[in-house]
Design a protein around this ligand. Structure first.
Ligand code: ADP
Ligand code: MG
Length: 426
C-alpha cells in the first residue's frame, strides 16, 4: 500500500504552511479588527459626551454618584502591590476636590475603585426625561486615587527607573494634564504652601534614590552626577539654571541633537539638588503674576545625568518633565494671536510626544521626534534599546472639568493602546 505518494506529501506540507500562514494573517486581521472596534468605541464615547446634560442639578447628580459608589468594592493600590516591568507605563492620578471647588457647587465625578481603573460619571437624560449617570470606565497600568500621596506615586512610576540609570538607561517621566490637575504638585511638591516643601516631589525623591544607589557597591566612587533644568516655550529653550538664558538647539551631521550651552551643575548631595530645584522653579515663575499662568504654557525639563568618572561622558540620564497644560492646545475660544500660536505649538508638541511614545512601544525604526522642540531635545532618550517612558496623567475631579478630564484619559489611552498591541505580537 503505497499511500503516501510524493505528490500527496507535498500537499500535506503545503497545507501546513497554509494554516501557519493563515494563523499569522488571522492574527493581523484580529489586531486590525480590534483597532477598528476601538476607534468605534472612541467615537461612541465622543458622541455620548456631546449629550452630557448640564442642566441636571448638582445635588441630584451627586446623589446618583453616591448611590453608585456605595455598591462598588473599593480596593485601592497599596505599596505592597507588585511593580510591573514595562517599557511604556501609563498611569492616572486624581487629585482631591478642593474647598474652593466645593464652594462653587462643583462635585467630584471621578471614582478610582482599584489599582488600575478609573470611572467617569456623566449626567444624562433619556428621551423620556429620566435622569441617569453614564459611567465610563478606563483601564491603565496604575491608577492613583485622591488619597495616594507622592511617595506611593513615586514608588510605582520613577522609582523603578532610577536603578536602570546605573545600567545605562535614559528613562523619561512625564506629568501630563490640564492646568491645576496636579502636575507640579507631583513633580516638584506643594507650591501652594508659603514655605514650599520640595522634598516631597518626584524630583527630590528621585535625587534621593540616585544618591543611595551611588553610594552602594559596585557603584561607589564610579560616577559623577549632573543636573540640568530648562524650559521650552513654543519652539524656544530657556535655561532655568541661568536666568532663563535663551539656548540653541542644534543638530549635527550625525543627527545628534544638542542643547548648546546649558548649565550643568555637578551635585554631590540631595541638599544641593534641592537647592537647585528651588532656584530653577523660582526662576521659572519669576516675572509673571501667577505661578500657573506662565507654567501652563511651557514644558519644564529637569534632568539628572550620570557620567563615569573614567570616561566623563554620559552614561545614564533620567528626564523628569512637567508638561504644559493640556487644555492650552485646545483653546479655540480665543482670537488673541499669541495665545493661538502658543496653543498650536503646545498641541503640536503633545501630539508629537504621543506619536513618539507609540513608536517607541512598537519598536519602530523611525521615531518622529523632529515634529516638536520638546521631542527633539529628548531625542537621545527615545533612540536605542535603553529607553523607558512613564506617563502620569493628572486629572481634576470636578464636574466642571469633566471634558478636559475625558480628553486627558483619551490621550493617555492612546499612548497605552500600544501595550495591548505589544502583547498580541508576542
Ligand atoms: P498643575 O501644575 O497641573 O497646573 P498644580 O500642581 O499647581 O497643578 O496643582 C494645583 C493645585 O492643586 C495646587 O494648589 C496644589 O497644591 C493642589 N494639588 C494638586 N494635586 C494635589 C494632591 N494630590 N493633593 C493635594 N493637593 C493637590
Ligand atoms: Mg504646574
Amino acid at each position: 500500500t503505497n499511500d503516501i505518494s510524493p505528490h500527496r506529501q507535498q500537499n500535506t506540507y503545503m497545507a501546513t504552511t497554509d494554516t501557519n500562514k493563515s494563523k499569522v494573517v488571522k492574527e493581523i486581521e484580529r489586531i486590525a479588527a480590534n483597532r477598528v472596534q476601538r476607534r468605534v468605541r472612541h467615537e461612541e464615547r465622543r458622541q455620548k459626551l456631546s449629550e452630557v446634560d448640564h442642566s441636571i442639578p448638582a445635588w441630584e447628580f451627586h446623589a446618583m454618584i453616591t448611590e453608585y459608589r456605595q455598591q462598588l468594592e473599593i480596593k485601592p493600590l497599596t505599596i505592597n502591590d507588585p511593580q510591573k516591568d514595562l517599557k511604556i507605563c501609563v498611569c492616572i492620578r486624581k487629585r482631591p476636590i478642593t474647598k474652593k471647588e466645593l464652594n462653587k457647587k462643583d462635585i467630584d465625578v471621578l471614582t478610582i475603585p482599584n489599582k488600575d481603573h478609573v470611572i467617569v460619571h456623566l449626567p444624562k437624560v433619556k428621551v423620556d426625561l429620566t435622569k441617569y449617570i453614564d459611567n465610563q470606565k478606563f483601564r491603565f497600568d496604575y491608577t492613583f486615587r485622591e488619597s495616594c500621596n507622592n511617595d506611593i506615586v513615586y514608588h510605582f512610576t520613577a522609582k523603578p527607573l532610577v536603578q536602570l540609570l546605573f545600567l545605562g538607561y535614559s528613562p523619561m517621566v512625564f506629568a501630563y494634564g490640564q492646568t491645576g490637575a496636579g502636575k507640579t504638585f507631583t513633580m516638584g511638591g506643594d507650591l501652594s504652601q508659603r514655605d514650599v516643601d520640595f522634598s516631597k516631589g518626584i524630583y527630590a525623591l528621585t535625587a534621593n534614590d540616585i544618591f543611595i544607589h551611588l553610594n552602594k557597591p559596585p557603584n561607589k566612587g564610579q560616577y559623577n552626577v549632573y543636573c540640568t533644568f530648562f524650559e521650552i516655550y513654543c519652539t524656544k529653550v530657556f535655561d532655568l539654571f541661568n536666568e532663563k538664558k535663551r539656548l540653541r538647539v542644534l543638530e549635527d551631521h550625525k543627527n545628534l541633537v544638542q542643547v548648546v550651552g546649558k548649565k550643568e551643575e555637578h551635585v554631590e548631595t540631595v541638599d544641593q539638588v534641592m537647592a537647585l530645584i528651588r532656584r530653577g522653579m523660582s526662576v521659572r515663575t519669576s516675572g509673571t503674576t501667577s505661578a500657573n499662568e506662565h507654567s501652563s504654557r511651557s514644558h519644564a525639563i529637569f534632568q539628572m545625568t550620570l557620567k563615569k568618572k573614567t570616561a566623563n561622558k554620559e552614561y545614564g540620564k533620567i528626564s523628569l518633565i512637567d508638561l504644559a497644560g493640556s487644555e492650552r492646545g485646545r483653546d479655540t475660544q480665543t482670537t488673541d494671536k499669541i495665545t493661538l500660536m502658543e496653543g498650536a505649538q503646545i498641541n503640536k508638541s503633545l501630539l508629537t510626544l504621543k506619536e513618539c511614545i507609540r513608536s517607541l512601544g512598537r519598536n519602530a525604526e523611525h521615531i518622529p521626534f523632529r515634529g516638536s522642540t520638546l521631542t527633539k531635545v529628548l531625542r537621545d532618550s527615545f533612540i536605542g534599546e535603553k529607553s523607558k517612558v512613564c506617563m502620569i496623567a493628572m486629572i481634576s475631579p470636578g464636574s466642571s472639568d469633566v471634558e478636559h478630564t475625558l480628553n486627558t484619559l483619551r490621550y493617555a489611552d492612546r499612548v497605552k493602546e500600544l501595550n495591548v498591541d505589544e502583547l498580541m505580537q508576542r
